[in-house]
Write a protein that binds this ligand. Structure first.
Ligand SMILES: Cc1ncc(C[n+]2csc(CCOP(=O)(O)OP(=O)(O)O)c2C)c(N)n1
Ligand SMILES: [Mg+2]
Length: 365
């Protein structure tokens, strides 16, 4: 790893891009060197990941539309940002994400059906964070950045190599929590990577209303180096994440990454973007699709052909089938189970609520 990629004094690295929308790869420069080991075979692996998580997303969206899930937050369009960054992590690093990082969870080895349990309402949380080194999704916007900084301070005290990586959105940068996390991380040089997926929207609020400057420019004000990257370029995202992780492991503190991408679907399945999104925007971003450019590169390199494309599609279909079967097989819980794991110990307010619910349900029997 190159030590001098990100300056010690906070600077902003403008727009890193390695595979353009036309599928051409740029192999020059310091960031390209950081991913020189990622040849066509490795890129085929990243492409496979992206196809699979897009397929998981499509299947989960269909399950919600069919009434099998209460809600689903799609990642369509953000596959490269999630796969490129998550594949850069070491097993011992720890992820603190929002609700949209289903692709990151896939990379961390979370079983696809475990992504669904909360949205089906059968459990309050989906997996054991310590097995996957990934906290369960945070819905309180930005709160996970504080958890990441706190964890990173702990790792610093333990002189561990583990880096905290926190994922959040463009909208989250308007939250006080995120500012506090950045201040503490900067002050203590905490080993944390702030990974912002700027998908251009916070529900129906466009990013230009959230920030008068580029999101990445905010980093400098905290004394944190910032890197802006083409978030639809899986290779560039991997390169910048590797550089930020290496910097944290060298004890040089936090880095802020802005991955510029686009949320091609609704905010969640409860949202209708046609009410606020100009159709031309979607067309513009569809031309920059994160999967299409890697496919073009791989076809040119001769590793993506009918056989390998069929293998990737079959793998994705198998995951989707497993997801669907696992979802439909989840047992319905008795209504009172809602209260079981709110606190570890009995609590009078919870008892009251449980009794009120019991009384309500008795009205129907
Ligand atoms: C503290 C808080 N305020 C408001 C909300 C409601 N809310 C849910 S998602 C969202 C927008 C978040 O946008 P962004 O950070 O850009 O992430 P994205 O959903 O685009 O991935 C809001 C305001 C919330 N969950 N938590
Ligand atoms: Mg957003």
């Amino acid at each position: 790893m190159k030590a001098e990629l990100v300056e010690a004094i906070p600077g902003i690295t403008p727009y890193v891009s390695l595979i353009g929308a036309d599928g051409r790869r740029d192999s020059t420069g310091a960031f390209a060197e950081l991913v020189a080991d990622i040849g066509p075979a490795e890129l085929l692996g990243l492409y496979r990941d992206m196809v699979i998580i897009r397929r998981i997303d499509t299947e989960a969206t269909a399950l919600q539309r069919q009434g099998e899930l209460g809600l689903w937050p799609p990642l369509l369009g953000q596959e490269a940002a999630q796969i490129g960054s998550a594949r850069a992590l070491a097993p011992d690093d720890f992820v603190f994400s929002s609700y949209r990082e289903n692709g990151v969870a896939w990379v961390r080895g979370v079983a696809p059906t475990d992504l669904l349990v909360t949205w089906r309402g059968v459990a309050q949380s989906g997996w054991d964070p310590f097995i996957h080194r990934m906290a369960t999704p945070q819905v309180i916007i930005g709160a996970q950045t504080l958890h990441a900084t706190g964890y990173a301070l702990g790792m610093q005290l333990k002189q561990s190599d583990s880096v905290a990586v926190t994922y959040f959105g463009d909208g989250a940068t308007s939250e006080g929590d995120v500012s506090e996390a950045l201040v503490f991380a900067a002050s203590y040089s905490a080993p944390v990577v702030f990974f912002c997926q700027n998908n251009q929207w916070a529900i129906s609020e466009p990013v230009r209303v959230q920030s008068r400057t580029a999101i990445v420019d905010r980093a400098a004000g905290f004394g944190i180096p910032g890197i802006q990257v083409d978030g639809n370029d899986v290779l560039a995202v991997m390169a910048v994440t590797r550089s930020a992780l290496a910097r944290a492991r060298r004890g040089e503190g936090p880095t802020f990454i802005e991955a510029v991408t686009y949320r091609m679907g609704p905010h969640t399945t409860a949202d209708d973007p046609s009410r606020y999104r100009p159709p031309a925007d979607l067309e513009e971003w569809a031309a920059k699709d994160p999967l299409a450019r890697v496919a073009a590169y791989l076809r040119d390199a001769g590793v993506l052909d009918e056989t390998s494309e069929a293998e990737v599609t079959a793998a994705a279909d198998a995951v989707a089938a497993e997801l669907r079967a696992g979802c439909l097989a989840m047992p319905d819980l008795p209504p009172g189970a809602l209260f079981d794991h709110v606190y570890a110990e009995p609590h009078p307010r919870i008892d009251e609520q449980r009794a009120a619910q019991d009384a309500y349900l008795r009205m129907f029997s």
